[in-house]
Design a protein around this ligand. Structure first.
Ligand SMILES: [Zn+2]
Length: 104
């Protein structure tokens, strides 16, 4: 199991910068892959744990929205994994916030 300390580092062992989701504003400074094995690097996809948006790490490891066509390059297995993870995020959100997200 990945520790929080490790979850706050990129693939090169550098601390992940504090970033926020460009869609919902959720702030985060940690990331994890589905299996807790790999650390993110520039160009890797990520999902916002608040709204499920698909994001990509830029060269400074800031999560940004993908460019047009970025998602079209993905294979069908990756597409299915993204959809499954988004469904889990939205189910968790509905369970934890049945009346909507708290105001920021
Ligand atoms: Zn978001």
């Amino acid at each position: 199991m990945e520790t929080k300390h490790n979850a706050q580092k990129d693939a090169f062992g550098k601390p992940l910068p504090r970033g926020s989701c460009p869609l919902c504003g959720y702030v985060f400074d940690a990331a994890s892959d589905c299996y807790g094995k790999d650390r993110p690097k520039p160009g890797d996809l990520s999902l916002c744990l608040s709204c499920g948006a698909v994001l990509v790490f830029d060269d400074g490891m800031i999560p940004i929205l993908p460019q047009a066509g970025d998602l079209e390059k993905l294979d069908s297995l990756t597409h299915r994994q993204i959809l499954r993870a988004q469904r889990a995020i939205l189910e968790m959100r509905a369970k934890n916030y049945p009346n909507g997200l708290p105001q920021r």
